[in-house]
Design a protein. Structure first.
Length: 106
């Protein structure tokens, strides 16, 4: 992804967060798209695995939203999993983690 594309994505991701811990419905749609497209590019569009491991609820059993949020924000050393803390807030990472635990709806 080009630097300009990253900047545009970063700006888009940061504009719809509302005050407090709430996320607007527009932002939820953006996060859902990010989950399907960006996470799906490594974990598979149906989260069944690819370059990265599967992110299906049965595979994530025993992991909680706090743990998953931390992985999303900070990445995984020694793997292809990047840190998303420059583009996502902790609230947004938690929203994604909760969707993964529930099962991603296309």
């Amino acid at each position: 992804m080009t630097r300009l594309a990253w900047l545009a994505l970063s700006l888009m991701l940061s504009t719809a967060l509302v005050a407090g811990d709430g996320i607007t419905s527009d932002r939820e749609q953006e996060l859902h798209n990010l989950l399907i497209q960006d996470c799906g590019s490594c974990h598979g569009l149906q989260m069944k695995g690819g370059l990265g491991p599967a992110l299906l609820p049965q595979v994530l059993q025993g992991k909680n939203a706090d743990y998953l949020s931390s992985v999303i924000l900070h990445g995984r050393s020694g793997s292809a999993m990047p840190a998303w803390k420059g583009l996502l807030s902790p609230v947004e990472a938690r929203w994604i983690a909760e969707r993964l635990l529930q099962g991603v709806k296309q």
